[in-house]
Design a protein around this ligand. Structure first.
Ligand SMILES: *Cc1c(COP(=O)(O)O)cnc(C)c1O
Length: 390
């Protein structure tokens, strides 16, 4: 099988999504399943929908277009504010978009009129993380302008925290979002529908003791795919953290000194050269580099220590084990490593359902037709390989 490759276990992703959907439902919150880290994979989208995710969200219109081409039956939200230059595409393929600029909403309105559609708008509010969002004091004005635009429906408000500055979602900023929804209701004389509190970083807050107030939606990507909450990257109880892994192949294995020799200058990526002298070491090279993933975000299996990486080589110490050339090793990934690997044309993406899956889990009649590969023989692993297109 080709390497490097991402192996994506759809059953584990579905389990993670189903668990979070159920826990949040108990708090009055429905889930937008975020597909951007998988480049809008229709197979992953199918797993999310079969787990009870109501709506799909992606930050790139290209991914939403890919989901539409694959006929994924779901409403879709563009999570990043649309580019003015993409207004027509956004209206054609996304049901709703998150917005912060009235000029863009006007362009969406024109595009919607031209194509005879109605486009939903969620206004994003800045609550301290200093990424996207209308300042709270300007929200009512933006909402009034939005309401006045033809072929545009004001669907709600939302906020995004943690991503840029690490501001944690908490009782205070979430109560502020609830209060904004209440005051918009009063000012506009109509109820704000969607109140979207944030992303995976909101889970601690949402599943904790605090009152969830008006917040009725979260947009979840990382927590479903990697089973971790992003504030401290700790595993979420009951979720799989290994739904996605990266397999790489050994291309050199030898015993080498642990310290370089010669006159030392800058390395290819400015990282410091090895300094400690640990004598001779079992050094392996994997055919994997910065053009495939973010090496800092890889976790090697026990016994293997990553020493460094350049564009195409990942150098590791294999300790007492001498790995042979051609051996394959499985790495776990953090969000950054996942994002880079998914985006690299050199990394194959393999969707699989492992042989040990419960027989009653298949064939999967609960899935929308056409979303996933047809069920194989019970007990037989099956996989779909997308070839690297280089
Ligand atoms: C990526 C993104 C999300 C999902 O974030 P995760 O941390 O992966 O759950 C939610 N909202 C917006 C606006 C995003 O861009």
């Amino acid at each position: 099988m080709s390497a490097p490759r991402l192996e994506i276990d759809l059953d584990k992703i579905r389990h993670n999504a189903r668990t979070l959907v159920a826990r949040l439902a108990g708090r009055g919150i429905w889930v937008t399943g975020v597909t951007k880290a998988t480049l809008g994979s229709p197979a992953v989208a199918g797993a999310l929908l079969s787990a009870g995710v109501k709506v799909l969200g992606d930050s790139r219109i290209e991914n939403i277009e890919a989901l539409r081409r694959a006929r994924v039956p779901a409403s879709m939200i563009l999570l990043r504010a649309p580019m003015l230059s993409q207004a027509t595409r956004v209206v054609a393929h996304a049901d709703v978009s998150f917005n912060t600029e009235i000029d863009v909403i006007r362009a969406l309105s024109s595009a919607a009129q031209a194509s005879g559609r109605r486009h939903g708008v969620v206004l994003m509010v800045e609550l301290g993380d200093l990424r996207e969002g209308i300042m709270p004091g300007d929200l009512e004005h933006a909402a009034r302008e939005t309401l006045g635009l033809p072929n545009i429906a004001l669907r709600g408000i939302g906020t995004n925290l943690a991503c840029r500055s690490g501001v944690s979602p908490d009782a205070r900023n979430m109560a502020e979002l609830s209060a904004l929804a209440d005051s918009l209701d009063a000012a506009l004389g109509q109820r704000v529908g969607i109140v979207s509190g944030g992303n995976s970083a909101n889970l601690d807050w949402a599943l904790g003791a605090a009152d969830t107030g008006r917040i009725n939606n979260l947009r979840l990507g990382e927590s479903i795919l990697l089973g971790r909450e992003p504030l401290r990257r700790s595993p979420i109880d009951g979720l799989h953290c290994d739904a996605i892994s990266l397999v790489a192949e050994v291309i050199e294995s030898s015993t080498k000194p642990s310290r370089p020799w010669g006159t030392l200058a800058e390395t290819a990526f400015g990282t410091p050269p090895p300094s400690a002298d640990r004598g001779d070491a079992s050094q392996v090279i994997f055919a994997l580099g910065r053009q495939d993933t973010d090496p800092e975000g890889l976790h090697a299996p026990p016994g293997i220590a990553i020493l460094g990486a350049s564009s195409d080589h990942l150098v590791a110490d294999s300790g007492h084990d001498r790995l042979s050339v051609g051996a394959e090793i499985r790495f776990q990934l953090d969000y950054s490593a996942l994002l880079h690997a998914m985006t690299s044309p050199f990394v194959a993406k393999i969707m699989r359902t492992p042989a040990h899956a419960e027989p009653h889990d298949r064939p999967r009649r609960d899935l929308p037709r056409g979303i996933l590969p047809r069920a194989g023989r019970i007990g037989a692993p099956r996989s779909v390989v997308s070839r690297p297109h280089v």
